[in-house]
Design a protein. Structure first.
Length: 142
């Protein structure tokens, strides 16, 4: 009788562990940059232009790193099926984020809802990514 080889958990794969390490480091950098910039802005401590623009854009650098980290993970993932599931989740998260942001924009314009700063889109995308990953994995089970 042949024994089936147990499927390795994605969490035990080196590519996933590297992704999570890089992603966690980028998110820590995001918080580490955002908190002091936000504090300085709220207390009138930001420098004058042109340094003001650099300080204001600094939290976007870790966001760009997250995008690069995701692309690198997709390149390093050895399992084509897992790669396809990850791509499906990222596309779903992007679509959900675009839909929510567009819907909110229409609600702002036509129903008088308050405006929300665009820097919240990244946080929304991260939440949508978590939901989409869970949904894609749940649909793929079995």
């Amino acid at each position: 009788m042949a024994h089936a080889t147990p499927t390795r958990s994605i969490m035990s794969k080196p590519s996933w562990r590297r992704y999570m390490l890089r992603f966690s480091a980028a998110m820590a950098a995001y918080v580490a940059v955002l908190v002091p910039v936000d504090y300085a802005a709220r207390h009138g401590l930001l420098p004058p232009a042109p340094w003001l623009y650099l300080a204001a854009l600094a939290p976007a650098i870790p966001v760009a790193l997250v995008v690069l980290i995701v692309l690198r993970y997709l390149q390093e993932e050895e399992d084509e099926y897992q790669r396809m599931l990850a791509i499906r989740a990222y596309i779903s998260a992007a679509g959900l984020t675009l839909t929510i942001c567009t819907g909110w924009g229409f609600l702002q314009d036509f129903a008088g809802l308050p405006q929300i700063s665009l820097h919240h889109v990244f946080v929304l995308f991260c939440v949508c990514q978590g939901v989409a990953t869970g949904w894609v994995k749940w649909r793929a089970r079995g």
